[in-house]
Write a protein that binds this ligand. Structure first.
Ligand code: NAP
Length: 345
C-alpha cells in the first residue's frame, strides 16, 4: 500500500513529539509537513525536541518546522493530525474540514460539536457515522483521562448507572512547559481547569446512542474530581461504579477477561493485543511500572486496571492510562488507521 502523506500541527509540543515517534515508524503514514508557532519556524525538529529521540528517524529529525498559517489549506497532505492548543485549534481545524481536509485532533476545541465523533474504536466505532461520509471532517480524541476512564469501565458498560472518579494526573498532561515546578514539586494541586467538565460531558457523549445521525448522550451520571500530581507520564484514576445490579467477583473477572475489540483489525497496527490489562497484585497499577503497558508498536496503548473491590452493587478499582500515547497521539493514529480500514482513502 502506498503511504498516506500526513501533516502534523503542533509538532514541537509534548504530544507532537509522541506523533514523531509513532508516525515516524508507521507502515502506511508518512510525515510530509510539520507546523508550530512562529517562534519555531525554520528550525529543525531535532533542535526542538521535548522527549527522547531514540526511536525517531534521522530524516524526520531534519525536517524543517513551518509557521502554521493559511498555507496549510493547500499543503498537499492527505491527512492532518492536530496537537494544537485549544484556541489555535479553534481557528484552523473546522476551516480545514470545510475545505475538504481530514483532521484528527487531540484538542478539545470541537469535541462537543454534534458532527464530530469522539472516537475510540473498541468502544464506539459506530460514532464514525457522525461524519456522514463527508470528504472533509474532524475526528476527535477524548480528553486523556476520559479515554482511560471509558476504556477501563468498558467491560461493565451496560451495567453502569453512576461513576464516581478521582484522577491523579501527571505533569505532562499540562503540555510544555506546563505546571511551574514550584507549584508541583512535593505537592498536589486539587484543580485542573475545565477537566472535570470534560470528564463528565465527553464520557456521556462517547457512551451515547446514535439516532438518525445525531448523538444522544448516555444517561450515566459522572462525578469527577481531577488532581495534578508530580508524576511525569500517565494518569491514574480511582473509580467507583454504581451498577444496576449486583455482580460477583467471578462474573466481573470474566467480563474483563473476555473484553476485546470485535471488529476487523487488519489495518489497526496500534490496536493492542489486550486493550485492558488486569493486574492482580495488591499494589498495581503504578505510573513508573505500567506507563508503557502493551507490547511492540502498541506500548502505551493498553489501559491497566487493578485493586478491584466489590460492595453490593458498587465496584471500585484503579486504572492507569498513558496520557501521551493512549490518551493522545497513539489514539489519534489508531483513529487514522481506523478510517483507512473503513475506506476513507
Ligand atoms: P504543548 O506541549 O503546549 O504543545 C503545543 C504545540 O502547539 C506546540 O507545538 C506549539 O508550538 C504549538 N503552538 C502554540 N501556539 C501556536 C500557534 N499560535 N500557532 C501554531 N502552533 C502553535 O501541548 P501538548 O501537551 O502537546 O498538547 C497539545 C494539544 O493536545 C492540546 O490541545 C492539549 O489539550 C491536547 N492534549 C494533550 C494531552 C497531554 O497529555 N499533554 C493529552 C490529550 C490531549 P511552539 O513550540 O512553536 O510554541
Amino acid at each position: 500500500m502506498e503511504k498516506i502523506s500526513v501533516s502534523i500541527m503542533g509538532i514541537t509540543g509534548i504530544v507532537g513529539n509522541k506523533f514523531l515517534q509513532i508516525i515516524g515508524n508507521h507502515p502506511y503514514f508518512e510525515i510530509n509537513r510539520v507546523y508550530a508557532s512562529e517562534q519555531s519556524s525554520g528550525r529543525k525538529i531535532r533542535e526542538t525536541l521535548k522527549v527522547d529521540d531514540y526511536s525517531i528517524r534521522d530524516d524526520i529529525l531534519d525536517l524543517k518546522i513551518e509557521h502554521l498559517n493559511d498555507k496549510i489549506f493547500n499543503d498537499g497532505s492527505e491527512l492532518i493530525f492536530s496537537s494544537l492548543p485549544t484556541e489555535i485549534a479553534r481557528e484552523f481545524e473546522m476551516k480545514l474540514a470545510e475545505k475538504g481536509k481530514k483532521v484528527i485532533t487531540n484538542s478539545s476545541a470541537f469535541r462537543m460539536h454534534p458532527k464530530v465523533p469522539i472516537l475510540i474504536p473498541e468502544v464506539n466505532p459506530h460514532h464514525l457515522s457522525l461524519i456522514n461520509g463527508n470528504k472533509g471532517f474532524i475526528i476527535a480524541n477524548g480528553n486523556c483521562s476520559t479515554i482511560g476512564l471509558v476504556l477501563s469501565m468498558a467491560p461493565l458498560r451496560s451495567f453502569v448507572q453512576e461513576i464516581v472518579l478521582t484522577t491523579q494526573q501527571s505533569v505532562s498532561g499540562a503540555g510544555y512547559p506546563g505546571v511551574a515546578s514550584w507549584d508541583i514539586l512535593s505537592n498536589i494541586v486539587p484543580y485542573i481547569e475545565k477537566e472535570e467538565d470534560k470528564l463528565e460531558n465527553e464520557t456521556k457523549k462517547i457512551l451515547g446512542d446514535i439516532k438518525q445521525g445525531d448523538v444522544y448522550p448516555s444517561p450515566i451520571e459522572v462525578y469527577p474530581t481531577a488532581l495534578r500530581v508530580p508524576t511525569r507520564e500517565s494518569h491514574m484514576g480511582s473509580v467507583t461504579l454504581k451498577l444496576k445490579e449486583e455482580l460477583g467477583e467471578k462474573e466481573i473477572k470474566e467480563l474483563y477477561e473476555n473484553f476485546r475489540y470485535e471488529g476487523r483489525r487488519d489495518k489497526l497496527y496500534l490496536l493492542p493485543e489486550k486493550t485492558i490489562i488486569v493486574r492482580n497484585e495488591k499494589d498495581r497499577p503504578q505510573p513508573e511500572l505500567d506507563y508503557l503497558a502493551g507490547s511492540g508498536i502498541s506500548k502505551g496503548m493498553s489501559v491497566v486496571v487493578g485493586r478491584f473491590r466489590i460492595k453490593g452493587n458498587r465496584v471500585s478499582y484503579i486504572f492507569l492510562v498513558n496520557n501521551l500515547i493512549r490518551g493522545a497521539a497513539g489514539s489519534s493514529v489508531l483513529n487514522g488507521e481506523f478510517i483507512v480500514q473503513e475506506g476513507y482513502f
